[in-house]
Design a protein around this ligand. Structure first.
Ligand SMILES: [Zn+2]
Ligand SMILES: [Zn+2]
Length: 120
């Protein structure tokens, strides 16, 4: 069996979902049987869409855009937060001090504003 056909014995259909090694028909069958973790209804949405694998949770999803990397906005947000966190870990002590100073300054001006309002 070549690697470009379905891995189910006796089936020589071309691959539909490479990460699963399944043709369209067998992928649909596994998906319906609940064997495929999916953030969204991968094939019921639009069977003509290529299936991508979410970089965040590994779920399979219909790729509505060629550059789509995540199954949904939740995973996109999570990935963004992780990226921000890793940038935070990578920053130098000076960058960190500067960021915290700016944050403190913002909090202080907010506090001053609220004091002003309280006096009115
Ligand atoms: Zn098949
Ligand atoms: Zn995901």
């Amino acid at each position: 069996m070549s690697s470009d056909t379905c891995r189910i014995a006796g089936c020589d259909q071309p691959l539909h979902v490479r990460v699963r090694g399944l043709c369209r028909k067998h992928y649909d069958a596994e998906w319906r049987a609940g064997k495929i973790p999916s953030g969204q209804a991968a094939t019921e949405n639009d069977p003509s869409l290529p299936v991508g694998e979410c970089e965040q949770c590994g779920a399979e999803f219909p790729m509505k855009r060629e550059w789509q990397r995540f199954c949904g906005p939740l995973c996109q947000r999570r990935a963004k937060a992780l990226l921000r966190y890793s940038l935070m870990l990578a920053e130098s002590p000076e960058q960190r001090a500067e960021r915290l100073a700016k944050k403190a300054e913002r909090a202080r001006s907010r506090w001053l504003d609220s004091q002003k309002e309280a006096q009115l």
